[in-house]
Design a protein around this ligand. Structure first.
Ligand SMILES: [Zn+2]
Length: 304
């Protein structure tokens, strides 16, 4: 039996544009997640709230919704002394999302960075490629067990960690892998680069070479930079591309963090993002279902 996730590629090849979801952090904090608490633990302790967020995104028009497992690798969960619950928290996260997915939609198992630096960067204290692969294989296996349709390796800062995560997913299950990296805008040079200095074409090539089925960008800055990044990636590949940028830059006032772009302002850049050749569009930090509703409208207007 072929995994349902492979339908995504077929739909994109047929010219469809799919809508991804928006941010989770802001919504979990709004629901009472304490600063410094483990968001993935809520898959066990607050399943209704997590599921409510998934439902909100489906209702807003998301066709691919992510699991609440961004920090679900053992290396990351160890920070909260929850490494021993890796399997459980990921499997629960996948089942929560799966249970509320309407027909014709997909669940992507979120796999974010471990927050541990690669060996090349941190020398003796750094994580080796083998250790990265091992931790991501464990997470990917639990997500697959919980029933995800695809994997979303995301917000990756370092190519070593990103490619290890992609390889780990490919070794674990016959499910498509989306892989996206975090780019910083270097104002001085008017260009976008990863923490390791890779350009958008470098990233597209290395993630595809590692086995990713869909590549792109997420988080980072706003949609204006996503347009440029996707345009550059499109020059070097015909593979499906995905972008889910932040709602602009964060604005910190005391303890509160808000983001520059409201739903309408954010959606304004999405026609250009589609023109640049993006196949899956969504939003990241600072966005909520209202942002996704506007983005879905742009997509619908384009394709009907
Ligand atoms: Zn983000």
């Amino acid at each position: 039996m072929t995994a349902r996730g492979w339908e995504v590629g077929a739909r994109l090849r047929a010219g469809e544009i799919l809508v991804f979801d928006g941010g989770y952090g802001t919504m979990l904090f709004a629901a009472g997640l304490a600063n410094g608490a483990c968001p993935e633990l809520w898959n066990d302790t607050h399943p209704d709230i997590v599921q409510g967020i998934h439902r909100g995104y489906f209702a807003a028009g998301s066709q691919i919704v992510e699991t609440n497992t961004f920090g679900g690798s053992r290396l990351k969960l160890n920070e909260y002394k929850l490494g021993d619950r890796t399997r459980e928290l990921n499997e629960k996260g996948a089942r929560l999302a799966r249970a509320v997915a309407p027909p014709g939609t997909y669940i992507a198992g979120s796999i974010g960075p471990t927050s541990r630096l690669p060996r090349d960067y941190a020398l003796d204290e750094g994580v080796t490629d083998e250790e990265y692969v091992e931790t991501f294989r464990e997470q990917a296996a639990a997500l697959a067990e919980g029933g995800v349709d695809l994997f979303a390796v995301e917000t990756m800062m370092f190519p070593q960690e990103a490619t290890a995560a992609v390889r780990a997913c490919k070794q674990t299950a016959d499910i498509p892998v989306m892989a996206t990296m975090f780019f910083q805008y270097e104002e001085l040079h008017e260009r976008d680069r990863t923490m390791w200095g890779e350009s958008p074409p470098d990233v597209a090539r290395s993630l595809l070479a590692a086995g990713a089925d869909v590549v792109g960008m997420n988080c980072g800055r706003g949609p204006d930079r996503a347009v440029v990044i996707i345009r550059e990636m499109r020059k070097v590949t015909d593979a499906p591309l995905v972008a889910y940028p932040n709602a602009g830059l964060p604005i910190t006032k005391g303890d509160a963090v808000t983001y520059e772009l409201g739903p309408e302002a954010m959606a304004r850049d999405y026609p250009a993002l589609l023109d640049a050749g993006c196949n899956i569009v969504g939003a990241c930090c600072g966005s909520n279902p209202e942002h996704i509703r506007r983005i879905a409208e742009v997509v619908r207007r384009r394709t009907t």
